[in-house]
Design a protein around this ligand. Structure first.
Ligand SMILES: C[S@@+](CC[C@H](N)C(=O)[O-])C[C@H]1O[C@@H](n2cnc3c(N)ncnc32)[C@H](O)[C@@H]1O
Length: 274
């Protein structure tokens, strides 16, 4: 498999690929893996031949997919070489990693040599400007009968003012770049074509501790606080105060002060028009 990127979609990923960004994804994996695990295990009824994890980051989701769906081969795909290097450094048997921009269709992963019968993407669609179109493009590359699993944020409710403030700035910044943090409701009401049948379309609640949420937000804020839109809109002091507030919450272990509603969608590709 060539690691060369031949084409770029121009889609913007604002959350960085630093060590801190990878550590944030580790905490995110700790928080969201149990609900993703349940979704994958109930959706995948028999071990696939080839599973793709699109937007795999440092490989947490790829390992999860490999462990739960038990595919013959699991390939993590991401645009970030830094994340791919981390993923490769801790990869297990039957896992491979390739570099590609997954918003370029058809997927630039021809050298994999086979069509996937399972595609999974968690927390990726909110970084794609035309997610419905891109997701439909992925689905076209599935084997007939193959499955596409998507997990994205529907909503986040919280009683913590600093969390609300962080979410406001993060969603404004993504919107400025043509992306959408709370993409779940939009995907939930999409009318999928191209022989795709919706098998699951639901939300599942995830309740991290206050500390876990604070750590994920603080690490992310450190990654995107120098985004041009954020710097033009918010003073350095404002961002500094918010960072300190988040850091002050990082040791709290109670749950219930912030709740994610995760949209889980499973689409099955059929051979004939339905
Ligand atoms: C929020 S992370 C999610 C990582 C992983 N799926 C998880 O849930 O832990 C999104 C990932 O998508 C990757 N990404 C964003 N846009 C991409 C694109 N157009 N092509 C390939 N990867 C992309 C980023 O580099 C990042 O690793």
């Amino acid at each position: 498999m060539s690691d060369e990127q031949t084409e770029q979609s121009g889609s913007i990923y604002s959350f960085g690929e630093t060590n801190l960004a990878a550590e944030r994804l580790r905490v995110l994996s700790e928080v969201f893996d149990p609900i993703s695990e349940a979704f994958i295990s109930e959706s995948v009824r028999s071990p696939p031949q080839l599973a793709l994890d699109l937007g795999c980051g440092p490989g947490f989701t790829t390992r999860l997919l490999s462990r739960i769906a038990r595919p013959e081969r699991t390939v993590g795909v991401d645009r970030s070489e830094a994340f791919l290097n981390r993923a490769r450094a801790s990869s297990a048997a039957r896992e491979e990693y390739v570099a590609a921009d997954v918003a370029v269709l058809p997927l630039q992963t021809m050298a994999i040599g086979a069509k996937p019968d399972l595609i999974y993407a968690r927390f990726l669609a909110s970084h794609l400007p035309e997610p419905e179109q891109v997701i439909s493009g992925w689905a076209k590359e599935l084997e007939a009968g193959g499955l596409l699993l998507i997990e994205e944020v529907d909503s986040i409710s919280t009683e913590v003012a600093a969390f609300d403030e962080y979410l406001k700035i993060a969603s404004e910044m993504l919107a400025y770049h043509g992306n959408e943090l709370f993409i779940g409701p939009r995907l939930a009401t999409t009318r999928w074509k191209d022989n795709l049948r919706v098998e699951v379309n639901r939300t599942s609640e995830v309740c991290p501790s206050t500390g876990q949420a604070a750590r994920m937000f603080s690490m992310n804020l450190a990654n995107w606080r120098h985004d041009p839109h954020v710097e033009a809109t918010y003073t350095k002091d404002k961002v500094e105060v918010l960072t300190n507030e988040l850091d002050g919450l990082s040791g709290f272990e109670e749950t219930g002060r912030i709740i994610w509603r995760l949209r889980q969608i499973s689409l099955r590709r059929h051979c004939v028009a339905i």
